[in-house]
Write a protein that binds this ligand. Sequence first.
Ligand code: MN
Length: 343
Amino acid sequence: MRLIATEEAYAPTEYVKRYLELTKTVDTAPTRYLGMYYGKPEMARQLTDLDLRIEEMDRLGVDMHLLGITAPGVQAFDAGLGTELAIMANDALAGEIARRPDRFAGLAAVAPHAPEQAARELKRAITELGFNGVIINSHTHGEYLDDPKFWPIFEAAVACDTPIYLHPNFPSEAMIKPYADYGMMGALWGFGADASLHVVRMILGGVFDAFPDLKIVLGHLGEGLAFWLGRLDNRYQNLLRRGGLEPLGMKPLAKLPSDYFRNNFYLTTSGMMTQPPLDLCLQMFGDDRIMFAVDYPFEQTAEAVAFVRALPYEAEKMAKLTHLNAERIFGIAPAATARKDAE
Ligand code: MN
């Protein structure tokens, strides 16, 4: 069956170089952590070398990668350099995709800390370079997208009818201390904790009342939120009933928190390779909003592919999960000579 992986990390060589330079001057827990990854020649090669990647995709039966610049992306830099690197990375990635449009699609980088330029770059990337969406790596220097100063980015995304992949980042400086032990600041725990916080901030901050057509994609089967939606609704309604919103600085919403999650969010399976959470998400959100992802090169493609191929779902659900949803949500053309689903 045609397999499109939708959260696949990429970095132009220039970006890796700039990031390693940054790690020499900025000594924070996240730069140390990532310096460990990017400083390894093998990881740097996996991120930058698309021929190496295609060899693995061919060997393991992955047809396409939806590539996004690896976390924390250009958001690690200041707004000026971030904007410059986003344009550089998007031009580089667009060139690679143009060489092999049957194997690669792309998520554009933007520097949210320069919101007007980010909105312009989003429009350029979608309308001129042919990108399939945008990737934002959670907070930017501790600021989250519920802040209206970032909303020009949402306006542009809605105007272009393109999804934003809200990818995790390390917990912000204000939160990171208790995560800094036991390797907890990264994918093990801190990424999901920060990304889910980000989503709840956006929902309660009224982002989706202001932008009812905004589409957000989350990895890791929704960063744990499927499990938590009932409680969000319950507590929100409880506060509403008791007149508790205003004293807490909260705004009344047009809908329940879970309604926004069901209407505005799409999920991928990146890094999640056990069936019960996927069953839960399918039961809660249906089979039109969930897509396959690996999270190359941080997760093992062989494991992710083995997981998805062994799922016991009927053919239609499998086709949606493995490629049809990704084609629809990210505007990826069905392969002219797609491998037959029966294969
Ligand atoms: Mn990832």
